[in-house]
Design a protein around this ligand. Structure first.
Ligand SMILES: [Zn+2]
Length: 245
């Protein structure tokens, strides 16, 4: 149930039965030389839609921007501050609550640590300012069911996982190839010249990617996310709860 495609009447009818929503969050961020800048939001949105087939839920219009730190200097990365991200997520969550949503899953396709911390903080604020039950999930948290066929253990950005998903879902947007690469950021120290420590923009091994792996990754992620949504729904006592006007 894509919110952006529903009418007022359709939403009013469905919210009597469905009170859980997924908010896909991404980033406009470099994804190596071969993948599109919007991949994180595209991934989170596609996963939410796939999950909605198994576990009915509203899929809110995605947040296409996020907080990008390590990739900030790469061509094409356009980020927002933590203050803006927290406020944006909080406002969207508050209004989804006002519209009858009782369980909200913040699903991020962008795995940056600072970015995820902002989502957690916004979620905590929503717990106190509304009656929402909130889950914060990163797509990388949902890969347990794919570990038996994934080959690259340290893969997290524009590598085996994301390249496989793109080959499966948007093959026309995969432009050429990229090699296995990892950043060389020092521990503890924050560096000004991030490009010097991560010129490739790849964190993992895209040479291990395939469209078939992409299909299996999406299935594994959707199955894991459906369980998160069921847990949220149980916490919220959501099924069948009439919305607050
Ligand atoms: Zn990504």
């Amino acid at each position: 149930m894509l919110l952006q495609h529903m009418t007022m009447s359709e939403f009013a009818a469905r919210r009597r039965e469905v009170t859980t929503a997924v908010l896909p969050v991404g980033a406009c961020e470099e994804h190596g030389p071969h993948l599109p800048l919007g991949l994180d939001a595209m991934h989170a949105l596609a996963l939410a839609q796939e999950t909605a087939r198994i576990k009915p839920c509203f899929v809110a219009p995605p947040v296409w921007y996020g907080l990008c730190r390590s990739s900030a200097q790469h061509p094409g990365t356009v980020g927002i501050s933590g203050d803006v991200l927290r406020a944006l997520i909080h406002d969207i969550g508050r209004d989804l609550w006002r519209q009858g949503v009782r369980g909200l899953c913040l699903l991020t396709g962008h795995a940056g640590g600072t970015h995820q911390a902002c989502l957690v903080e916004a979620g905590e604020n929503l717990l106190h300012s509304t009656g929402l039950e909130v889950a914060c999930v990163c797509v990388l948290d949902l890969l347990a069911g794919a570990r038996d066929f994934l080959e690259c253990a340290g893969d997290s950005h524009a590598g085996e996982v994301e390249t496989s998903l793109a080959l499966y879902l948007w093959p026309e947007l995969v432009k050429g190839t990229a090699a296995e690469a990892y950043p060389t950021f020092p521990r503890f120290v924050l560096v000004r010249d991030k490009l010097a420590h991560w010129p490739s923009g790849v964190w993992g091994d895209p040479t291990k990617a395939s469209a078939d792996k992409g299909r299996r990754i999406l299935e594994a992620e959707a199955s894991a996310l459906a369980q998160v949504l069921s847990g949220l729904e149980a916490r919220a006592g959501a099924a069948g709860t009439p919305p607050t006007p």
